[in-house]
Structure formats: structure tokens, C-alpha cells
Design a protein around this ligand. Structure first.
Ligand code: TRP
Length: 334
């Protein structure tokens, strides 16, 4: 608890171009939670270097992601929005937690298996230890809830296991965090292969709508979206393409998929696709113009980066000092 509010932590990597899926599935929900909780929203640049990065690009993308958080409506004067690398406690706690994590349990992490297959030329220890750094992110702030996608479920479970193990030895040091999966239908699938999640690293340029796409790009991609030959607009498992379009439409307009189905009653896929494109543009255009405005507000963003790093450091140290003391590191002389 901070100031009577439960603590929420989440983070995103500044790699690749963010997609509509990242926005509708994560960021937009974060904004909705930002009044109710004391929120820490982190640009997890330390996670990014588990894969080789070009320094200038990483720095630029980290700044763009920070700006996007603010443009999307997260308030850096109320929430704590910061870069992971600006708060040294993340790496320090991760080291300690490494010593409370078993090789056996880490060997079960499916994302490591996927990622090491993708980056076979650079299977580094950091990539393997990635979930422990994520555990440190979360536990450092005594987090109560973590909004994550299903792909991060296993990482949250190991976080809870590590925290419980630590607490069993040293007493109640860490709050045990719960996952927050958000509302149904927020999982946006690829436009070209609706059985897979929309991804920022998809090689097919028509598969993902990027947050930087122009209105024409959006329309074109929606028109090319894969559907089926049934020719009916229904919200059903048997029609994953149509269902995904209805999900996107619902997430952009705030209507339920059932309301959307009624609205398109008797219409063809062409009309549905047009409507989806328009709904997406109605969300993206204001976001893009706010991004453009904030990108020019350099001093303000700099100030927020500085203040929020200080704020995060303050809270992180409360946990870190306690942990260091519990495990027997000599106390600092004041
Ligand atoms: N691993 C997460 C992802 O790729 C990002 C992340 C890092 C995160 N630390 C976190 C998410 C802590 C939630 C909580 O999506």
C-alpha cells in the first residue's frame, strides 16, 4: 500500500514498433487502472539487452515509449513512469533473487525456449535469467497487482514462487502479487493469421497495425484482413478472422462484440472492414497528435523522467534495504 492505494506494476519493452495490440491489450487498460492504484509503469530497457540492440536505436525507442505512455493518458505527475535502468535497485534485487531461484524451475520457462530458438547465436545468461529480473521489478515495489498478457503468466507465477520462498525463510518481506488479466476481448490477433497474436516482430507487413501507421495504411491493412468464406458476421470461434475484427472494433468503440454483431447485421465483410478501419483511425489519430505534441515538449518530459526516477528510487530502496538486511549484508553506516 502506498498512500492508501494498492500498488500496480507493469512494464513494456522499447523494442520493435508498438502495435495496436499493445495499445488496446495493455496501455489502454493501464490508463483505466491508473486512478485506482498507485501505479509504476516502467520502460524495461534492461530486459531489452537480453537481445543485441543498436545503442542509438534503443535510446530513441525508449524515449518514444516513455512519451507514448504519457500520450496514451498515463499521468507522470500521479503515476510513476520511469526507465528501469535509472533505478539501480532492479538489477541489485535481481542478483539477490537469482540466488533464490532454481535452474530446474527456470528450465521450464517456455518463453526462454522460444527466444533461444529465435536468437540461437546469442543465448546469453541474461536471456535465461530474464524472468528473475522481472520478478525483481515487481517485488521491488511490494506490488499487489500486475496487468499482464497470458504470455507472461508463467513469469508471474515464478515471481510468486520466488517471493513465497524468500518469505518462508526470512519472514514477510515481499507482498505476493496477483495477475490482472484485464477485460476479455482485449487480445488482438494478427490480421493475416487470426490464430496468432498481433506481434511487433511479424514479418508480414499486413499482419499488424502499428501505432505510427497513417490512416491509409490502416484502411489498407483492414481491407486485406483475412476472413473466411462463410459470409456472415458472427462472433464465433469458428470465424477467428471476423471475430478478431469485431474485437478490434469493440475495443476501439467501447461497444460489446454482441452490440457490434447487431450493428453489422445483414452487412458484408467489406463494410465491416471499412468500419473497423475508421474505428481504429479514430483511436490512433488523437494518440499520434498527442505523441507529436509531447515529443516537442522536451523539457517537460525530461523533468518527468528525472522526478519519476527519484520517486521510484525512493520506494525501491525501502524494499531493497530490508532485503539486504534480512539476508545478512552489513547495514550502512549513517
Ligand atoms: N516481460 C514483459 C513483456 O515482455 C515486460 C516486463 C518486464 C514486465 N518486467 C515486467 C511486465 C514486470 C509486467 C511486470 O511483456
Amino acid at each position: 500500500m502506498i498512500d492508501g492505494k494498492k500498488v500496480l506494476f507493469s512494464g513494456m519493452q522499447a523494442t520493435g514498433n508498438l502495435t495496436l495490440g499493445n495499445y488496446l491489450g495493455a496501455l489502454k487498460n493501464w490508463v483505466e487502472l491508473s486512478d485506482e492504484y498507485m501505479c509504476f509503469y516502467c520502460v524495461v530497457d534492461e530486459h531489452s539487452i537480453t537481445v543485441r540492440q543498436d545503442p542509438a536505436t534503443l535510446r530513441k525507442r525508449a524515449r518514444a515509449l516513455y512519451t507514448l505512455y504519457v500520450a496514451a493518458g498515463l499521468n507522470p505527475e500521479k503515476n510513476c513512469i520511469y526507465y528501469q535502468s535509472h533505478v539501480s535497485g532492479h538489477a541489485e534485487l535481481a542478483w539477490i533473487l537469482n540466488c533464490f531461484t532454481y535452474m530446474g524451475e527456470m528450465n521450464r520457462m517456455t518463453q526462454f525456449k522460444d527466444k533461444s530458438a529465435k536468437h540461437a547465436d546469442n543465448i546469453n545468461v541474461g536471456l535465461f535469467a530474464y524472468p528473475v529480473l522481472m520478478a525483481a521489478d515487481i517485488l521491488l515495489y511490494q506490488t499487489d497487482v500486475v496487468p499482464v498478457g497470458v504470455d507472461q503468466k508463467q513469469h508471474l507465477e515464478i515471481t510468486r514462487d520466488i517471493a513465497e520462498r524468500f518469505n518462508n525463510i526470512y519472514g514477510d518481506v515481499f507482498t505476493i502479487p496477483d495477475a490482472y488479466y484485464g477485460q476479455v476481448g482485449a487480445k488482438i490477433m494478427s490480421l493475416q493469421d487470426p490464430l496468432h497474436k498481433m506481434s511487433k516482430s511479424d514479418e508480414n507487413p499486413n499482419a499488424s497495425i502499428y501505432l505510427t501507421d497513417s490512416p491509409d495504411d490502416v484502411m489498407r491493412k483492414c481491407k486485406k484482413a483475412v476472413t473466411d468464406s462463410l459470409g456472415q458476421i458472427a462472433y464465433s470461434e469458428d470465424q477467428p478472422g471476423v471475430r478478431n475484427l469485431l474485437d478490434i472494433y469493440s475495443a476501439c468503440t467501447g461497444k460489446t462484440p454482441q452490440e457490434a454483431v447487431k450493428e453489422f447485421d445483414g452487412q458484408g465483410y467489406g463494410q465491416l472492414k471499412m468500419a473497423v478501419g475508421e474505428a481504429v483511425n479514430a483511436v490512433l489519430l488523437p494518440l499520434q497528435s498527442e505523441m507529436a505534441r509531447l515529443t516537442k515538449e522536451k523539457d517537460y518530459i525530461d523533468q518527468m523522467i528525472k522526478e519519476n526516477a527519484e520517486k521510484a528510487t525512493y520506494y525501491s530502496l525501502k524494499t531493497l534495504r530490508k532485503v539486504q538486511h534480512k539476508i545478512g549484508f552489513p547495514d550502512r553506516i549513517r
